[in-house]
Design a protein around this ligand. Structure first.
Ligand SMILES: Nc1ncnc2c1ncn2[C@@H]1O[C@H](COP(=O)(O)OP(=O)(O)OC[C@H]2O[C@@H]([n+]3cccc(C(=O)O)c3)[C@H](O)[C@@H]2O)[C@@H](O)[C@H]1O
Ligand SMILES: Nc1ncnc2c1ncn2[C@@H]1O[C@H](COP(=O)(O)OP(=O)(O)OP(=O)(O)O)[C@@H](O)[C@H]1O
Ligand SMILES: [Mg+2]
Length: 290
């Protein structure tokens, strides 16, 4: 069988929804880790040059997404500096008190080798906001509800810290969103969903892990269990438990492979429900003057 017929056969089993969503999220049919690394560094280099940015800024959690995005940033700024542009990569540690997997964040920093590391503890400002909301009269259904609301405040507090540093240094905030999170709307709107450049766009989770390994990260970082780690009542709660479907199924869906019908149903329902998170703010459509 030649290459063309293999490709056609793979494409043929994709459902209409798979084709439409993979196209919307720009998931490539083919993947080669070293080509992806080169093109994503090239993107960061060209964008930062055109924007005349003095810095790239990104939070480092110890998870594989920020590990990969950060290493791409560091390699991009090194390339820019070698061509005479003064730009640095600022890695931000943004724990809420002491994070349970802080050793992994240190391990990630050792791998990334960022120009600069800034540590901001987000507990005090996040707690202060929650307290003010409660003082103003906000009531929660139960402790889980309160913890969930605080979780999104934490994600937005991290966004505030990153934009403060980017604003003060003439830099750009880097995001870690990729297709496997985007399809599920699994991010906090204007929290970790708020950024200027998105070097992992279009990748599935297994492709992010492949980039990690190709960049030289160790197996522990590359294979780490994904966690938003936003809930104080459930530290390191795995994304897959929260999503109700595993990343293998999400990746298979996006890469046009066979997916269990129950998993596909969850993915499609979640994709539709979270459309607003991938869109510009809703606005009235006024008829245009002729
Ligand atoms: N139809 C609609 N049209 C326009 N806007 C709409 C809307 N429905 C809700 N909204 C707005 O969207 C808000 C809800 O969205 P949002 O605030 O994001 O909150 P929400 O989607 O409820 O929660 C965020 C989810 O993402 C997860 N997360 C967050 C951060 C990082 C990660 C990770 O993977 O590491 C995961 C987190 O665990 C949680 O499950 C509403 O409060 C409302 O303001
Ligand atoms: N404790 C933290 N310190 C600094 N940045 C954080 C922290 N927690 C989350 N972030 C930022 O929010 C982003 C979104 O979190 P997310 O959990 O999706 O990614 P990750 O932790 O890098 O990888 P994974 O999804 O595999 O856990 C991170 O990539 C990182 O930039
Ligand atoms: Mg994480």
């Amino acid at each position: 069988m030649n290459l063309i017929s293999i490709e056609r056969r793979q494409y043929k089993v994709m459902t209409d929804s798979q084709i439409q969503i993979a196209a919307e999220l720009e998931v490539a049919l083919h993947f080669d880790a070293s080509t992806e690394i080169a093109s994503r560094i090239h993107f960061l280099v060209e964008y930062a040059r055109a924007a005349a940015a003095n810095s790239l800024v990104l939070g480092i959690s110890g998870g594989v997404d920020s590990t990969v995005a950060a290493r791409l940033c560091q390699l991009a700024v090194e390339q820019l500096r070698s061509s005479g542009m003064p730009i640095r990569f600022i890695a931000m540690r943004l724990p809420y008190a002491v994070q349970a997997d802080q050793a992994d964040a240190q391990r990630a920093l050792a791998f990334i080798q960022p120009d600069e590391v800034l540590l901001i503890n987000i507990k005090a400002p996040a707690d202060a906001m929650l307290e003010q909301l409660k003082t103003a009269g906000l009531r929660f259904n139960d402790q889980w509800h309160e913890d969930f609301v605080l979780g999104n405040i934490k994600a937005r507090q991290r966004m505030i810290a990153q934009y403060a540093i980017a604003g003060a240094t003439g830099g750009l905030v880097v995001g870690t969103d990729h297709a496997a999170e985007a399809v599920m709307g699994f991010f906090t709107k204007f929290g970790d969903g708020g950024f200027d450049v998105s070097p992992l766009s279009g990748l599935t989770k297994r492709r992010v892990r492949a980039l990690a390994l190709a960049l030289g990260a160790d197996e522990h970082l590359a294979r780490k269990v994904p966690t938003a780690d936003l809930e104080s009542m459930r530290p390191l709660h795995p994304d897959e438990a929260a999503l109700g479907v595993n990343y293998d199924a999400i990746d298979n869906f996006l890469e046009g492979k066979d997916v269990d019908p129950a998993a596909e149903k969850i993915i499609l329902e979640t994709f539709r429900r979270t459309a607003h998170k991938r869109a510009l703010p809703a606005a009235p459509a006024f008829p245009r003057a002729a």
